[in-house]
Design a protein around this ligand. Sequence first.
Ligand code: HEM
Length: 548
Amino acid sequence: MDELASSVLAVFILISSSIFWYSWIFKKSRKQTDLLPPGPRGLPILGYLPFLHTNLHLQFTELAHRYGPIYKLWLGQKLCFVVNSPSLIKEVVRDQDTILANHDAPVAGLIATYGGLDIVWSPYGPYWREMRKTFVREMLSNSNLEASYNLRKDKVQKAIRDVYAKIGSSIDIGELAFVTELNVVMNLLWGGTIDGDDKQDKVGAEFRKVASKVVDLLGKPNISDFFPILARFDIQGIAKKMKNCLPYVDGILDNVINEHTKMVSVGVEGATGRRDGKKDFLQILLELKEKVTSVTMIQIKAIMMDIVVGGTDTTATVVEWVMTEILKNPDVMKRVQQELTNVVGTNTLVEEFHLSKLQYLDAVVKETFRLHPPLPLLVPRISSQSCMLGGYTIPKGSRVFLNIWSVYMDPQVWENPSEFKAERFLNIDDGKLWDYLGNNFEYLPFGSGRRICPGLHLAEKMVMYVLASLLHSFDWKLPEGENVDLSETFGIVMRKTKPLIAIPSPRLSSLSIYRALLETGNNGSQLEAQGVRHSECTHHMSGEPLCL
Ligand code: HEM
């Protein structure tokens, strides 16, 4: 009933605002017609909104074939531009980088980040610069990433134990990847603060529930974003739902922060520094707050939200797509595993120092980023002033989509673009940069320019580490009679439509896994409890717990 009432209200407001709206567009377009690029026509008031398909990146690429490398379209009240070529993308992120440096913040995103106090949605300026600098220098510096390695390792090894306990049964790879990446992210955030797997798991489970709700709400198209004039009516109730989530997120973050403060006040050993080489991000942020009094607790929480939302679904989705491509191409699986055997051996588990030597796996991940980019339109930008792009005017306040999908599918740029071919990233003689740093405008999975993803080095480590570990410890196959399905669904992150289900079998001998897990700090009874058994060992049969 509520929904019906608000829809009727919406229609009424739509009609009454249409007269005002029409005259506004007319005035605007009359002023700029000559300089605007071509683009598809839409309906009055609604623009092209009713014609949008679910998979926006595919539709935008089809439209590029019709209208060229830059075109315009109205989505409700918003004038949008889609750029589709490396040279135009370069114009956005280099030549016009200050004018187009803002991300176009959705209503739900602003609510989730305490009014846009985070990095993703703050406008380009001194506040954003300070927050980003803090994030990159204080939390994601090489030394801090090194210091937090144990926090990643704990959770990746937990994933190996969990998979080992399910040998021979069907596993939802997306869920495994999401839980693992979220555990890794949460351990990085506050793993040194909350000691003990049980306590961490409890906070993790609470946070997982609310984090997936936040991510889902962020992915929903919201009328308020296309008709800011209607935002206060919140027709789909998305703002209200997000506001309802916030106290839960806040409560969890407050609890963790209080726990930490308590540890410091009662003088728990190492609470203000590193313990066992662990230094979590919360520790770094709270130390920073002591040093820089202008940093507030709300800003700390907003940064934590960026890390959870930015670092989980994205990395987990890539892991699931890589596993999908590997299961579709058994030769690729064989070659990846051969490389793992050569680099890591068969008696030890993967460690992060191995990753830089896994060149073929790196190429497989890069090719997967190209064929299944988590953000095929990156994060849309908004013009803070009127500017020129490709010879056309981009009026102030327009939304600009950077369609990297159309570049990835362009046969002029990539030979046989729809084909999975990891080797193209091994060809170091072509004189091009095939890294994630955003300087090659033909390949930009993490964006480019001053807004490039600051979490890219951490993301690269997390994706490679989880994949290498899953593929080194286990062989994977599809359930009997199943085929690999490649369909995708566009959203805040482009996910697989149908979850990938696969069955693990041990690749290393069980004794090797058992020994390796023990050597890396896991305890014997914990392994036994989770079903990791050193079955070749006769002592095990006689019940001896530590027989190695
Ligand atoms: C596979 C994983 C990831 C992908 C594909 C990805 C992709 C992106 C992209 C495309 C952007 C926008 C860049 C632009 O506008 O040019 C971005 C921004 C951002 N990402 Fe990531 N990201 C990933 C992981 C992470 C992680 C792990 C974190 C945090 C630890 C993170 C935090 C952020 C933040 C804070 C921004 C906003 C930067 C700003 O506005 O200045 N991301 N990311």
